[in-house]
Design a protein around this ligand. Sequence first.
Ligand code: CA
Ligand code: ZN
Length: 294
Amino acid sequence: MLLSAERVIFAFSKEHSPALRLSAPSTLDVETLDCFSNQLRDPSDTIEKLDWDRVNPATGPIYVEGAEPGDTLKVTINAIDLDEKGTVCCLENEGTLGHRIEGAHVRVVPIENGFVRYLDLAIAVKKMIGVIGVAPAGDPVNTGTPGRHGGNMDTLMITEGSTIYFPVAAPGALFALGDCHAVMGDGEIGVSGLECPAKVNLTIDLIKGRALEYPFLENRDEFAAIVSKPTADEAISRATEMMFEFLAERLTYTDPEIVMLMSLVGNVQVSQVVDPEKTVRFVFPKQYAPDIKY
Ligand code: CA
Ligand code: ZN
């Protein structure tokens, strides 16, 4: 099954009509445009010609039969195939250092044999998906903003081999994704990773009757609670609390013992600090809780 990037959305909304309907579990390929809708793909493309109304396209939405509010959507990323070049930019007054630059700067950068060829450097590719989520319960949320529904979380851990759990808030879940990066540093301080069209292979499954507050991730070695809030401080607090609740429900240790364990081996990590809400993750290594499952 292949979902092409012909149908894209620029907001996650329960009002959208589906681009595809499927039953869970299903495995499919999804083509994604880059965050500029592939408008800046040649060195001659300038930011002046960019149509800002087409920024952050997400392919979809996918309607999952039987998904209802209060369920959890389980999405496993099997593979990410990137195009052979990507685009990075920085813009005056955008991001952490936007006051240090003038105007807009765009570079189209080749990707060869697992390396990004930026300037005279070879940077190892670290594939990831920037925008991935489901329709929120209330008003539509534009695809540039992260939240409970997922969205523009720009989280390095959202990559091949990861499973992400999303809180279903609308019938059918209305899942969509886009904004793949060939590489990005935690924080995405200049508002751009190496933005890259891609084809993503994923498996979508449904967990009935299991509610979730914010997206939760697991890979082979780690669990992560991924929370977006207006400030990083608020996001840190909630992500830490969410992981505590996850562990406390499953481990036989006392609450103080779990707090001490989290303090000893858990990691607060910053996903991104440049979107309308800041995204933080609390990461817990599975080796210290080998018998528990999501
Ligand atoms: Ca992004
Ligand atoms: Zn991006």
